[in-house]
Design a binder for this molecule. Sequence first.
Ligand SMILES: [Zn+2]
Length: 181
Amino acid sequence: MQATDVFSTTLRALVLNASYEPLRIISWQKALIMWFQDKVEILEFHSTKVRSVSNSFHLPSVLRLKTYIRPKRVDGVRFCRENVYIRDLHTCQYCVKKFNHKDLTIDHVLPASQGGPKTWTNVVTACRPCNQRKANRTPEKAKMPLLKPPRAPTWLPVIEHEVHPDSAPMVWKDYLRFKAN
Ligand SMILES: [Zn+2]
């Protein structure tokens, strides 16, 4: 099979844990190997077919591990805007609605003008209208309670670094909702 250019990134496979929690994204080649090794069951296929000498078959799109594995945890998640959004699941911590990346901002809980630091425990995800409404006030002053107190994450789902929710294949979207909190 000589088809690398045909198999763009959209033909990668999403791997779910036995618990259906998304774990990672792998190449279609790796997906086939895992399938041949009987490590996974295939839940969804891509519409694209692969042809070998004697056979043709659809490539797997969503795989589920037959055995549960403990998700990898990382110590000291890097502090940056993107990771704050990921920690907060792209959800405004004031109005509790989910937003696209471009409609989100980061908000200092204790405003920077009052000495609030740019740290995991003082920065949350906020939509633009909420950020503007809160302005230079604390949540108490603004009467805008936080969904939950911000904390430094000990881990982030690896998956979030590899696929933006907006660009995930349609068929993955149902499974990505099962993301671990
Ligand atoms: Zn909001």
